[in-house]
Design a binder for this molecule. Structure first.
Ligand code: MN
Length: 501
């Protein structure tokens, strides 16, 4: 898989106005819009292209630009600005056809009122304050999902809000053609990892299909000794190797088996153009080990991954990888594994049997081999590390039968109180906000899975914007959460607002 390049994506910057203002004013509107679009396009924070489109003054022009946006393969959304007053019945035909995400940038070209010179001409040219409200009404009237960003276009918080939305739009766009392989189906009897794949494809985009182990194993068996040696050399360069895994070490063959699995898995994914996959330790026929280091390194390269057949977790991780391109901090498949219930400092130890992405490693990972104790295969090779302290978010999507629900929990990662020298897996220790007691109860009430996508790169707003684009329910557990109110939100949302197609 080639690296994800967000600069191939375009957001079209459209400006609403009307003919009433006359040519001179409309030329000024166009100059302003060009300047705003160019500034956003040049912002290092915005990862996609922002492309100026001519000012729209008629229903026909609006409809035409929407149709062109729908058809443009690299256009991931529209950013609309009402510089002046754009009577919104003009927008109905276009908005009815719109199939891409919409951002309403509610800004104004001038930051401040020019106190000594302001006159009616100035007011008429700079009237986003009411033009934006007319546009807001038609969006609300037509139930169009959109993000509204308010403030001066040069302000950092406005640019951040726009940038966040473009990242979500990129993930949504990626998902429309994204394919995920469910290798070996599901861990037997597990519920949350199942769900309606047809509904998911309609709603989220990802196409999820099952593959037998033989489809992967043939690529593993075909890996040449020279390729395996080369990959083992790469491991030695990048990680602190356990002595037994080094050249001449007594477990060296296990490292070579692990490398062979990585090569085979990678070739299987590349051959069919997958951007994510799942596997399950209960179904590894033909593989010597459960893929550990392989899945860890594939995640680091941008693949979505879900253990135990969790294809929704694989989809979420892929979305996170697209949204997080170029941002500091990592993103990983995760599991709430065990608790530290010390009275004054309760925390969660997040980890998995093996598959944690090294993008969240605070320092150089160590490459180790230990028994798995489950699955009946040979000992798997894995990378071991801790996540660095700092804020993070855990997000998951579950299938409630009539709809998808995204649950998000804001957490703070801390260094472990004490080293865990005997724990042979990568891990993160966190305190959920507002506290473990409230957050875990809320997560459980919401039916959140035990496989969140953990990210120190993304914020709540990235997922909020994506949930809005997907049209899925979005519930947040953060520093303000009160369990009683949270349960009411779940009840209200059950009233039918989010029922899927
Ligand atoms: Mn698991």
């Amino acid at each position: 898989m080639s690296a994800i390049n967000l600069k191939t994506f375009e957001v079209w910057f459209i400006t609403g106005s009307q003919d009433l203002y006359g040519d001179e004013t409309l030329r000024e509107v166009a100059r302003h819009a060009q300047e705003v679009a160019a500034a956003l396009d040049a912002s290092p924070q915005i990862p996609v292209r922002i492309v100026f489109k001519p000012v729209l003054t008629t229903p026909e022009q609006i409809r035409d630009v929407v149709l062109a946006a729908n058809a443009a393969p690299n256009c991931i959304g529209l950013a609309a600005w009402m510089h002046t007053f754009s009577p919104a019945k003009m927008w109905i035909a276009g908005l009815k056809l719109l199939q891409k995400p919409l951002l309403h940038l509610h800004t104004q070209f001038n930051r401040e009122i020019p106190w000594s010179t302001i006159d009616m001409d100035f007011m008429n040219t700079n009237q986003s304050a009411h033009g934006g409200r007319e546009f807001g009404f038609i969006g609300a009237r037509m139930r169009i999902a959109r993000k509204v960003v308010v403030g001066h276009w040069q302000d950092q918080d406005v640019i951040t809000d726009v940038a966040t939305w473009t990242r979500a739009a990129a993930a949504r766009h990626d998902a429309l053609t994204a394919r995920i392989a469910r290798i070996g189906d599901n861990m037997r009897e597990v519920a949350v990892t199942e769900g309606d794949k047809v509904a998911a494809q309609i709603c989220l985009g990802y196409s999820v299909n099952g593959y037998g182990l033989g489809d992967v194993v043939k690529h593993i068996d075909a890996a040449s000794d020279a390729d395996v040696d080369r990959l083992c050399d790469q491991y030695e360069e990048q990680y602190a190797m356990a002595p037994a895994l080094r050249r001449g070490g007594q477990r060296r063959e296990s490292l070579r088996d692990a490398a062979r699995i990585e090569i085979g898995l990678r070739r299987f994914l590349e051959a069919k153009g997958f951007v994510g996959y799942t596997n399950t330790f209960e179904n590894l026929y033909g593989m010597k080990q459960l893929p550990g280091i392989a899945s860890q390194r594939l995640m680091a390269d941008g693949y979505g991954f879900g253990a135990e057949g969790d294809w929704k977790a694989a989809a979420m991780l892929r979305a996170a990888k697209v949204m997080a391109v170029g941002l500091p901090g990592g993103t990983s498949f995760m599991e709430d594994y065990t608790y530290h219930l010390k009275n004054d400092n309760p925390q969660v130890l997040g980890s998995h049997m093996l598959e944690i992405c090294p993008s969240i490693a605070a320092a150089q990972p160590s490459c180790e081999i230990h028994p798995l104790g489950i699955g009946g295969k040979e000992d798997p090779v894995r990378l071991v590390f801790d996540a660095p302290p700092g804020p993070a978010v855990n997000a998951t999507v579950v299938d409630l039968g009539d709809r998808f629900r995204m649950v998000l929990s804001e957490v703070d990662v801390f260094a472990p109180e004490q080293p865990m020298e005997k724990l042979p897996v990568a891990r993160a220790m966190w305190k959920p906000r507002p506290d473990l007691k409230t957050a875990a109860a809320a997560w459980i009430q919401a039916g959140g899975s035990h496989h969140p996508t953990f990210s120190q790169a993304l914020t709540t707003e990235h997922w909020e914007d994506l949930a809005e684009m997907w049209g899925v329910e979005f519930v947040v557990i953060d520093g303000d959460t009160r369990l009683r109110d949270f349960k009411n939100i779940l009840r209200w949302n059950d009233a039918g607002v989010f029922r899927r197609a």
